[in-house]
Design a protein around this ligand. Structure first.
Ligand code: F6P
Length: 320
């Protein structure tokens, strides 16, 4: 294998640049050329691709977002779109592909391989951290820290006004961000898709808290579980508390990647090149118990990542 492609796809996440940098530099270290594909699968379809060298990834390890840009490609979901994409794979002489993204991006890579035989390796890159088989996906640590930083800021004004705040966070259909940031942020309640919630129970807990002198309360709501606005409205109606709602949205995806994200992204990007050079395909790299591993892409599609409900219990106990 003399030339590989690298792309970022799906929602961007902080640390993706560190992964791109690791892929490019590890490949060049092994004498392999690298083609960067811009804007996810759309870049393949339009031939928006370019040869990358050591300098192409200089000074990006500390930057959020992705220098290759990203997009969700409807056209790539069609056989015609994939045929156009593959004509550019041949034009640029790409012999293997590293896809940095979430499970949706991996599904596209697998179809691409199955239809055209292009060896593909996935690198988990999504703040949702919902990719089965790996403890960690790139961007999750920075996103959690973005949420905790926001909670810290909200806590100041919540205390000053003795208010209740509902904070809605991202995570798509998973509660990993909400759970970890809620525990770290000292939230009174954490609402996640993986666990049904009882708004009356949450309100009774808030009332008990105020009775024992709590000056404010913070409830974290994962977007996949409920709308923060609805939860805030219900709390206000049931308790009569002055309740405000903050929807953090896309700021969770930005910012300077943490050291954890940079190191993990570097390990995963480098491993992906190794896996390709060893002749594997339809694999995804990840980590389990601090080891960098690789495993079948099918494992991502066939399994739902389990949430550590111990953290849920702990959060409940510590916020009584
Ligand atoms: O998958 C990452 C993510 O940030 C989800 O948490 C969120 O629901 C989604 O992307 C938002 O997608 P978009 O950036 O296309 O609005």
């Amino acid at each position: 294998m003399q030339r590989i492609g690298v792309m970022t796809s799906g929602g961007d996440s902080p640390g993706m640049n560190a992964a791109v940098r690791a892929v490019v530099r590890k490949a060049i270290f092994h004498g392999i050329e690298v083609i960067g594909i811009n804007r996810g699968y759309n870049g393949f379809i339009e031939g928006d691709m370019w040869p990358m060298n050591l300098g192409s990834v200089a000074d990006i390890i500390h930057r959020g977002g992705t220098v290759l840009h990203t997009a969700r490609s409807e056209e790539f979901t069609t056989p015609e779109g994939r045929a156009k994409a593959y004509s550019n794979v041949e034009r640029f002489g790409i012999q293997g592909l590293v896809v940095i993204g979430g499970d949706g991006s991996f599904k596209g890579a697998k179809v691409f391989h199955d239809e055209y035989g292009l060896p593909v390796v996935g690198v988990p890159g999504t703040i949702d951290n919902d990719i089965a088989g790996t403890d960690y996906s790139i961007g999750f640590d920075t996103a959690v820290n973005n949420v905790v930083d926001a909670i810290n800021k909200i806590r100041d004004t919540a205390t000053s006004h003795e208010r209740t705040f509902v904070v809605e966070v991202m995570g798509r259909h998973a509660g990993f961000i909400a759970l970890k940031a809620g525990l770290a942020g000292g939230a009174e309640s954490i609402i996640i898709p993986e666990k049904p919630f009882d708004i009356k129970e949450i309100c009774n807990k808030l009332l008990r808290g105020v009775k024992r002198g709590k000056l404010h309360s913070i409830i974290i709501v994962a977007e996949g579980a409920a709308s923060g606005l609805d939860v805030g409205k219900d709390i206000n109606e049931i308790t009569g508390f002055d309740t405000k709602v903050t929807i953090l949205g896309h700021l969770q995806r930005g910012g300077i990647p943490t050291a954890t994200d940079r190191v993990n992204a570097s390990l995963l990007g480098s491993k992906a090149v190794e896996v390709l050079l060893e002749g594997h395909t339809n694999k995804v790299v990840g980590n389990r118990n601090s080891k960098t591993i690789f495993y079948d892409l099918e494992e991502v599609f066939d399994n739902k990542k389990e949430l550590n409900t111990e953290l849920m219990e702990l959060a409940n106990i510590l916020s009584i």
